[in-house]
Design a protein around this ligand. Structure first.
Ligand SMILES: NC(=O)c1ccc[n+]([C@@H]2O[C@H](COP(=O)([O-])OP(=O)(O)OC[C@H]3O[C@@H](n4cnc5c(N)ncnc54)[C@H](O)[C@@H]3O)[C@@H](O)[C@H]2O)c1
Length: 439
């Protein structure tokens, strides 16, 4: 029975794990399997990433190069762009991107391309697991039919499942190992295999009845965040007009011991997940004749936040007899959230563009992003400027856009002429307090 044989191999740590897509999800997952004494092969189409990994060089802040070097030397880890090597691994885990297309439709091309490569090398005793965030039906409607073309039977010869990634980059409290993992399989045996594999590396697994439930659970988690962040962003705009400090309101509401979970406003939504994933459901729901009203509305509110920040900056400068045009502005924090080096979908990139369109002269500092590079939507040629007292004094306004913990906010408060605080990093009370304007 291939499934018993495979489970045995997994339990004895003889199974080799192949992870496709060595990015923010794939590399930390590889780390967990290595720590649990599994041999791991990392597959990626980016030759630069493959070469860096094989030289023992990490490109993710919280995975040290020393770790990669150590496991490379031990012969436990190797990266490759040779997909024929899929034949020699036992578990194949897909951590490839699932972005949106030009019309905000799901772009499953990475998942499909990878599935086609797996099909070429699929053999008895393989377990294939999708981790990428996607709409319910991707595993059974999109991947399964392609894999079946290899002539093998699912649940008997090979196993297919879905297990959503819950990686939270920058979170010091939880790692991939300490977050329970939802697991699902196409058949009962598929689930057994998938469950056994993850049980070796995570604190607990949460088996569910179908891959669609697992896909849906990931979307619910992210949509829940998108909608609640939109709610506090809307409340921020309303309260701001009334002169009420939203952060003080949230602090007070949070003292209720039940029925309330705090979410915090900001300059907009960023990252690879929260601004994007909800639209996977929007697209799929259309197939069922349903409009996802909450998702659309929260998308609209969240994408308006950079405009709110720029408007607030203009008002604050105006109050000092200055205009945006010609003002020198320093953006503190470009990453989409604190203490990480990820710029994807960062609303601060949008704020920078809006400020420059109004004629402001904009610089930035981010301790984790030494220079801005060419991206899909934005193209800046700027280097991070130092945050010294002398430097801060040069700017007409400092916008705190991402509250990295490395910043000395007291020093910023002391030296800046004007501060627009989008994260409540200054800790002052009120919508305007001296030279601090909340936004
Ligand atoms: N980053 C997160 O915090 C996070 C959290 C939960 C879920 N996810 C989901 O996980 C998936 C991966 O996200 P990520 O942040 O790791 O993306 P990423 O861009 O950091 O990494 C993806 C990697 O896949 C590689 N790749 C692309 N196409 C490939 C192919 N055909 N074959 C092999 N490799 C290929 C890329 O070169 C890159 O190294 C997405 O579906 C995302 O929504 C991400």
């Amino acid at each position: 029975m291939p499934h018993r044989k495979l489970v045995g191999k997994i339990k004895r740590k003889e199974a080799v794990v192949g992870i496709i897509g060595m990015g923010y999800v794939g590399l930390p997952l590889a780390r967990e399997f290595l720590l649990a004494d599994y041999r791991v092969t990392g597959f990626d189409i980016d030759p630069e990433k493959v070469s860096r990994l094989n030289r023992g060089v990490s490109y993710i802040k919280h995975i040290p190069s020393t770790f990669i070097k150590k496991y490379g030397k031990k012969g436990m880890f190797e990266a490759t762009d040779d997909f024929s090597r899929l034949a020699s691994v036992d578990a194949i885990i897909l951590c490839v991107p699932t972005p949106l297309g030009r019309h905000r439709e799901p772009d499953l091309s990475y998942v499909i391309d990878t599935t086609l490569k797996i099909r070429e090398h699929l053999r008895k005793g393989h377990v294939v697991i999708l981790e990428s965030t996607t709409y319910p039906g991707t595993t059974d409607e999109e991947m399964l039919p392609l894999l079946l073309e290899a002539g093998l039977t699912v649940g008997r010869d090979f196993f297919l499942g879905y297990s959503p990634e819950r990686e939270d980059p920058g979170n010091r409290e939880y790692t991939a190992r300490t977050i329970p993992k939802v697991v699902a399989g196409i058949t009962e045996r598929c689930l057994t295999v998938v469950d056994h594999l993850y049980r070796q590396v995570v604190v607990s697994t949460v088996p569910v009845s179908s891959t669609r439930v697992a896909e849906g659970s990931k979307l619910l988690e992210n949509i829940y965040r998108a909608v609640n962040i939109a709610l506090v962003n809307e409340m921020k705009v309303i309260f701001d007009r009334m002169g009420v400090d939203i952060w003080e309101v949230i602090g007070a509401a949070s003292t209720k011991p039940f029925g309330f979970q705090p979410f915090y406003p900001g300059p907009g939504l960023g990252g690879h997940c929260i601004p994007i994933d909800p639209f996977y459901l929007t697209w799929k729901a259309k197939e069922y004749g349903i409009n996802t009203k909450f998702i659309e509305l929260s998308g609209e509110i969240n994408t308006n936040m950079p405009f709110f920040v720029v408007q607030k900056t203009a008002r604050a400068l105006n109050a000092k007899g200055k205009s945006l045009k010609g003002s020198r502005i320093l953006l503190l924090g470009m990453a989409y959230k604190p203490d990480i080096d990820d710029l994807r979908e960062s609303p601060t990139l949008h704020i920078m563009k809006l400020l420059e369109e109004e004629g402001a002269v904009v610089d930035y500092n981010d301790p984790y992003i030494p220079r801005l590079y060419r991206m899909r939507k934005f193209s800046y040629d700027k280097e991070s400027v130092p945050v010294t007292a002398a430097n801060i004094k040069k700017y007409d306004a400092v916008i705190i856009s991402t509250a990295h913990s490395a910043y000395d906010y007291e020093a910023v408060k002391r030296h800046a002429k004007l501060i627009i605080d989008t994260r409540n990093a200054t800790g002052v009370t009120g919508t305007v307090a001296g030279k601090v304007w909340k936004a």
